[in-house]
Write a protein that binds this ligand. Structure first.
Ligand SMILES: [Cu+2]
Length: 337
């Protein structure tokens, strides 16, 4: 029996050798030539800039702060095809049918009564970085059509990630299972226009029906096809976000990864304050670009000083080229929500 199974491997090995030799005789591809045409306007050339009137697929506005001290949160896990770039449909694994999952917002000291329901045909789970809890109790794998409830107190303010923790975790995150939970300090923060951006990557290969699914080799090789904010390539370049000149902007940035650090930067602006992971201790003041590590978050405050279009990017520019770019359109007068 054993001998038979080994013999069975021989043609497979021969095929692999043939494929390797076929690849090795291919001529090297020509190096890319620098463009000779004038680049596009102020978009840093990374993405076409759309008109700010059209709504984006995922509203980047932060949900309002709640006065409730106890929150009942229920999230359903599904598998669903979603658009991740113009004309690109991806076979995603989701929390509540969206990527990223819903933005949750509670206040320091609040109690969260959480229920997770698995409507997908395989095991999944959910790990809240904002919780202090035994993972083997709360973050255990949930079988299809099963549910799980637990309670935690959001003790620490910040901008936190949540994600599926089922192994291999990189696969579950890369397929779309992540989101942000904001924990406000009890005393609140000064008034501001607030947005949430979750950065992440997609590693894709094309299926027969032209939809895309995960390419595990690209993931292990750290070579994403798309790096995105809120689940879509350059979504807020195609749908710029209107803001007012001079108003305080507060940006909750969470980096879901699963691999690429974010070098978050707003072109044409300097951050007045940055709270690493959202911690109130020792905010950075007067800084240009701040790393948001994979699995981490940060809260950025800035103002745009004059009318114009201001890109925000991961300043690791290969990633901006792959979609980690958006736009604020700073306006004066009426017309800004
Ligand atoms: Cu999962």
């Amino acid at each position: 029996m054993r001998r038979r199974s080994i013999l069975w491997l021989v043609p497979v090995a021969l095929l692999a050798c043939r494929e390797q030799s076929r690849q090795s005789v291919q001529p090297p591809s020509a190096p890319p030539q620098p463009p000779t045409a004038a680049p596009a306007d102020v978009s840093h050339g990374e993405a076409a800039v759309g008109s700010p009137g059209e709504p984006a697929a995922i509203d980047p506005a932060a949900p309002p702060r709640s006065d409730r001290r106890r929150h009942r949160v229920r999230i359903e896990i599904t598998h669903k095809k979603l658009t991740i770039a113009d004309g690109v449909t991806y076979d995603a694994w989701t929390f509540d049918n969206r990527v990223p999952g819903p933005v949750l917002r509670v206040t320091e000291g609040d109690t969260v009564d959480f229920t997770l329901v698995n409507r997908a045909p395989m095991p999944h789970s959910l790990d809240f970085h904002a919780a202090e809890i035994a993972p083997d109790r709360a973050y255990r794998n949930l079988m299809p059509n099963d549910s799980l409830s637990y309670r935690f107190v959001a003790r620490v303010p910040g901008a936190f990630m949540y994600h599926c923790g089922t192994a291999p975790v990189a696969l579950h995150i890369a397929n779309g299972m992540y989101g942000a939970i904001i924990v406000d300090p009890r005393q609140g923060r000064p008034a501001a226009k607030e947005f949430v951006f979750v950065q992440s990557e997609f590693y894709t290969k094309t299926l027969a029906d032209s939809t895309r699914m995960i390419d595990w080799e690209k993931l292990l090789g750290l070579a994403p096809d798309y790096v995105v904010f809120n689940g879509r390539e350059a979504e807020y370049a195609h749908h710029p976000i209107p803001v007012r000149v001079g108003e305080r902007l507060r940006l909750y940035v969470v980096n879901a990864g699963p691999n690429r650090f974010s070098a978050f930067h707003v072109v044409g602006a300097i951050f007045d304050r940055v709270y690493l992971d959202g911690s109130l201790a020792h905010p950075l003041e007067g800084v240009q670009t701040v790393t948001v590590p994979v699995g981490g978050g940060a809260i950025f405050e800035t103002r745009l000083v004059e009318k114009g279009t201001y890109p925000f990017v991961s300043h690791a520019f290969a990633d901006a080229t792959k979609g980690a770019v958006g736009m604020f359109e700073a306006r004066t007068g009426s017309g800004v929500p």
